[in-house]
Design a binder for this molecule. Structure first.
Ligand code: PMP
Length: 461
C-alpha cells in the first residue's frame, strides 16, 4: 500500500516549492500513485480508467511489462549521454523508426521533448532553404520555446517575448471554419500569405494532421496535398508534427499525415513514443539532414540509451500486440457510440477524430456553437468521481479529448460511454450556480493549457 504524502500534502508542497504556473485537473486533484496499462490508481488504491493518458505519456499502457523490462535492463547496464561513444540502443531505435517512414525519410535526430523536436525541425527548414518565413496554422500548438512559441497560435500559450517569422494561416477547421470541409478554399490562404506576407519564398510549413491541444481537429480533406504543393513551389519544406497523431494512434495509419496522402520533408514526434520516458525525434531525408554538418550540433541526452531502449520496446509492443489495428477497431466503435450519444444530447455539438484520438465538443446552442465551458468542466469532474479520466482542450476549453493508451478495449469503451452519457443526463446539470470552482477560463486563460488544467486551486469566489 501507498505510504507517501496525501494529495493535500502534495498540493501544499507544489504551491510552496513548484512553479506557480503548474496547473492540475479536477476540483479534488487526483494523486496518481500507480499505473497499469489503461488504469491509474490513487493513494487509496482506487482504480480509474485512463482515457487521456495515451497522448500525455503512454502509448502502449502504463508500466507495460516489456517497456519496463527494457528500461530497467538498460538502466542497470548503462545510462549516459548520447554524444560521446557508440551505443546499440540509439542505432537500433533509429533504424526501427526509419523503417516506419515513407519515402526517403530515414535520418533521425533525437531530442528530449516535442518542443525541442519542432525547434530543430524549424531550424533545419530555415538552414536548408536560406529563408526565415514559416507558415503554421491558427489554433496550433507546437511547443513553448522561441521558434515553437511563434508557430503556436493560441494566445493562451503565447507570452509577450520576441517571436518572429511565422505566419498563421486560416485553420481548415471543419466544425467552426468559414469554408466548412472545403480543404482547397482554406489552402488558398497559404498562397495569399506567401504572396502578401513574404518575399515569395518560404522556409516551410508546419502542421499537425489532427490538432490535439487545439481540440482534436482533423484538417479538412484536400487541404494538406494542396498546401504541400504550394509550399514546394515557394521553395519550402513541409513539416508534419506527429507529436500527438503519430505512433499508430489514428488507427487507419501509423502517422497522421498518411491519411491525407502526403509525404512530408520532415516529421517530428515525442510524447508517447517512449511510453513515458522523455524522448522526441526529428526524421528527415539524408540530403536535408546534411545542413546540420555545417556547424556542430549535439544534444546531451537526446536519444540516450534508456530513452531509446524504451522507444524500441514501444515499437515492438505496437507490432506484437497489433495496437494500430486495435486503435482502429476500438476507436471506430467508441466513435460510433459517441456519435449516437449526439442524437440524445443536445449539448454535444460535434464528435470527431480518428482511431483513439477522438474529440467531443460541447455547445450550449448547436446553431450558434456557443462553447459549453462550464459544463465541460462539470462532466470531467463527474466522470472522475465515477472512475473515468478524460482530457479536454480546444481554444474555448470545451472539447473533450479522448486519447487513451492504445491497449484500450471495447469493454473500456463501453464503460467509458456509460458515465459520459449519464453525466450529460445528470439532473443537476448545469451545475455551477454555487460552484466552488474558480474557472481559469474566466480569470486567466481563454481555453486553458493543453487541456490539462482549468480548475486551478479550489477557491470560493
Ligand atoms: N507538438 C504538439 C502537437 C504537442 O501537442 C506538443 C505538446 N502538447 C508539443 C509539440 C510540445 O511537446 P513537449 O511538451 O514535449 O515539448
Amino acid at each position: 500500500p501507498y505510504t507517501g504524502p496525501s494529495a493535500a500534502e502534495i498540493l501544499k508542497k507544489r504551491q510552496e516549492y513548484l512553479s506557480p504556473s503548474l496547473f492540475h485537473f479536477y476540483s479534488n486533484p487526483l494523486n496518481s500513485v500507480d499505473g497499469k496499462m489503461q488504469y491509474l490508481f490513487d493513494e487509496n488504491g482506487r482504480r480509474y480508467l485512463d482515457a487521456f493518458g495515451g497522448i500525455a505519456t503512454v502509448c502502449c499502457g502504463h508500466c507495460h511489462p516489456d517497456v519496463v523490462e527494457a528500461i530497467v535492463s538498460q538502466t542497470q547496464r548503462l545510462q549516459h549521454s548520447t554524444v560521446l561513444y557508440l551505443n546499440h540502443a540509439i542505432a537500433e531505435f533509429a533504424e526501427a523508426l526509419a523503417s516506419k517512414m515513407p519515402g526517403d525519410l530515414k535520418v533521425v535526430f533525437f531530442t528530449n521533448s516535442g518542443t525541442e523536436a519542432n525547434e530543430l525541425a524549424m531550424m533545419i527548414a530555415r538552414l536548408y532553404t536560406g529563408c526565415h518565413d514559416i507558415i503554421s496554422l491558427r489554433n496550433a500548438y507546437h511547443g513553448n520555446a522561441a521558434a515553437t512559441m511563434s508557430a503556436t497560435a493560441q494566445c493562451n500559450y503565447k507570452f509577450n517575448v520576441v517571436q518572429t517569422g511565422v505566419h498563421h494561416a486560416l485553420n481548415p477547421d471543419q466544425y467552426r471554419g468559414v469554408f466548412g470541409s472545403d480543404g482547397l478554399k482554406y489552402a488558398k490562404d497559404v498562397q495569399d500569405l506567401i504572396d502578401y506576407g513574404t518575399c515569395g519564398n518560404v522556409a516551410g510549413f508546419l502542421a499537425e494532421a489532427i490538432q490535439g491541444v487545439g481540440g482534436i481537429l482533423e484538417l479538412a480533406p484536400g487541404y494538406l496535398p494542396a498546401v504541400y504543393g504550394t509550399i514546394k513551389k515557394a521553395g519550402g519544406l513541409c513539416i508534419a508534427d506527429e507529436v500527438q497523431s503519430g505512433f499508430a494512434r489514428t488507427g487507419s495509419h501509423f502517422w497522421g499525415f498518411e491519411a491525407h496522402g502526403v509525404v512530408p520533408d520532415i516529421v517530428t514526434m515525442a510524447k508517447g513514443i517512449g511510453n513515458g520516458v522523455p524522448i522526441g525525434a526529428v526524421v528527415t531525408t539524408p540530403e536535408i539532414a546534411k545542413v546540420l554538418t555545417y556547424r556542430t550540433y549535439f544534444n546531451t541526452f537526446g536519444g540516450n540509451p534508456v530513452s531509446t531502449a524504451s522507444g524500441l520496446a514501444v515499437l515492438r509492443v505496437i507490432e506484437k500486440e497489433k495496437l494500430q489495428e486495435n486503435a482502429h477497431v476500438v476507436g471506430s466503435y467508441l466513435k460510433d457510440r459517441l456519435t449516437s450519444l449526439k442524437e440524445k444530447h443536445e449539448i454535444i455539438g460535434d464528435v470527431r477524430g480518428r482511431g483513439l484520438m477522438l474529440g467531443v465538443e460541447l455547445v450550449t446552442d448547436r446553431q450558434l456553437k456557443t462553447p459549453a465551458k462550464v459544463e465541460t468542466l462539470h462532466v470531467m469532474d463527474k466522470m472522475k468521481e465515477m472512475g473515468v479520466l478524460i482530457g479536454k482542450g480546444g481554444f474555448y476549453g470545451n472539447v473533450f479529448r479522448i486519447t487513451p493508451p492504445l491497449c484500450f478495449t471495447k469493454e473500456d469503451a463501453g464503460w467509458f460511454s456509460f458515465p459520459f452519457s449519464s453525466t450529460l443526463y445528470s439532473p443537476s446539470f448545469p451545475p455551477f450556480a454555487n460552484s466552488a470552482f474558480v474557472l481559469l477560463h474566466d480569470c486567466r486563460f481563454p481555453s486553458g493549457c493543453d487541456g490539462l488544467h482549468d480548475v486551478k486551486d479550489v477557491k470560493k469566489k
